[in-house]
Ligand binder design. Structure first.
Ligand code: NZQ
Ligand code: ZN
Length: 388
């Protein structure tokens, strides 16, 4: 079924080598008090911190800093940022980093003026946000999540061993502007680059593997998957290939700014399983997705066979004559697995620190859903065991 939709995304994107030149004019639209949120130390090493600070000071801003945001940002960091926002009457939260920093900034924005417990209200109960929020903007340094142009905020509550995603409305929480310079991603270590690449690929597949309508979104998703495979292969050979890094960056933004999902159903179960894997192991998000995906798709392909056949043919060019539909579908999943190996991503949960004892706990705490098939705890456990 093709669904009706309304779409409005307020993020202004500045893309390219000179994108940062736009930061001063963007900053001029906001008040004096800026909360600068960033990660551990990458932006200090590669000089982005100095550039941003110079522009903030030249713009006459008062800067409060929240450094040290973890990969898989913690709820305690959201609370710390919320306190800083209130105490300093912050006018703009500027996130400089990858998806974790941007997600955390949105969490801070929602939590700062929330009455009651923000974790319970906004991540567990998924209540609508009615309190004041503070505008968020980003300078992106690592690509994959599309947090730079969506309302997502995935937060890990260590005390509760839960990693929960919240998708705030785009109009409310999508960054007001995002600076995307592909050159900023050159210093991302290879294991993080491929993690980001697979995160993008997974977003595309999870929007694709549901519904069998003749749907424009599915054709668009195929096109972005093909572009991503092509660009990734080039970036593996030469990480400083501007064209390749820029295509990857734009595939990422397009991959989850919600345009490609319009009008269709989706299946986000791989993400649901990975989030709990992340809560237990703290593994890089895209690496976890890559380990789980072949195992998950081997479980569900039978329920959506025509789409898996289409995927095998259109994405992986499985054209060998004489194969049954089932063989074609399975060959498509084999090629996906081969692509993951080509990216140099580990293929077992052991390699990211999972233990056998963790598997039932992860399976139990995973939010269950699906597209062609709705999974239960035993099936999630089987998926995990098959890639352990
Ligand atoms: O902390 P620093 O020192 O900055 O290092 C970071 C971090 O270790 C490093 N890095 C970033 N830019 C760099 C760089 N290193 C060198 N040079 C640079 N230019 O990369 C590491 C990973 O960064 P992180 O932000 O954690 O990665 P990513 O962008 O993959 O974000 C992952 C988080 O986003 C969530 C994930 O679950 C995870 O928590 N997601 C958010 C989504 C959304 N908002 O819609 C959807 C996604 O599906 C995802 O769940
Ligand atoms: Zn993701």
């Amino acid at each position: 079924m093709i669904y009706d939709f309304t779409y409005c995304n307020p993020t202004r994107i500045h893309f390219g080598r000179k994108a940062m030149d736009k930061l001063p004019e963007e900053l001029a639209n906001y008040g004096k008090n800026i909360l600068l949120v960033y990660g551990k130390n990458s932006i200090k090493k590669n000089g982005i911190y100095d550039t941003v600070m110079r522009m903030l000071h030249e713009g006459g801003k008062n800067v409060v800093e929240l450094p040290g945001i973890n990969s898989n940002p913690r709820y305690t960091q959201v609370l710390e940022g919320a306190r800083l926002v209130r105490e300093n009457a912050v006018d703009l939260i500027l996130a400089v980093g990858g998806g974790s920093v941007v997600d955390c900034s949105k969490g801070i924005s929602a939590a700062a003026y929330c009455e009651g417990d923000p974790w319970q209200r906004y991540w567990v109960n998924q209540e609508p946000v009615t309190n004041k929020v503070v505008p968020v903007a980003s300078v992106l340094t690592m690509t994959g999540t599309a947090s730079e142009m969506n309302g997502g905020s995935v937060i890990t509550n260590e005390a509760e061993k839960l990693k929960l995603g919240r998708v705030f409305p785009l109009e409310l929480m999508s960054p007001k502007f995002s600076i995307l310079n592909p050159e900023f991603t050159y210093t991302v270590p290879k294991h993080q680059m491929v993690s980001g690449i697979f995160d993008i690929f997974s977003h595309l597949m999870e929007q694709y593997f549901s519904g069998d309508d003749d749907c424009t979104s599915d054709y668009l998703l195929e096109a972005v998957m093909l572009s991503l495979i092509n660009a990734s292969r080039k970036a593996l050979v030469n990480p400083q290939d501007y064209e390749a890094r820029s295509n990857i960056m734009w595939c990422a933004t397009m991959g989850l700014n919600k345009i490609l999902a319009l009008s269709k159903t989706q299946d986000w179960e791989v993400h649901m399983i990975e989030h709990q894997l992340g809560a237990y192991t703290d593994c890089p998000h895209g690496i976890g997705l890559a380990i789980i995906s072949p195992s998950y798709y081997r479980l569900i392909y039978k329920y959506g066979l025509p789409k898996f056949v289409r995927y095998a043919r259109n994405i992986w060019h499985v054209n060998k004559p004489g194969l049954s539909d089932e063989q074609i579908a399975l060959e498509g999943i084999n090629r996906l697995e081969a692509f993951i190996a080509e990216l140099g991503i580990p293929q077992t949960l052991r390699e990211v620190g999972a233990t056998e004892e963790m598997l039932p706990l992860i399976a139990e705490s995973t939010i269950k859903g699906g597209g062609y098939h709705v999974v239960n705890t035993d099936e999630v456990l089987q998926v995990l065991k098959n890639c352990f």
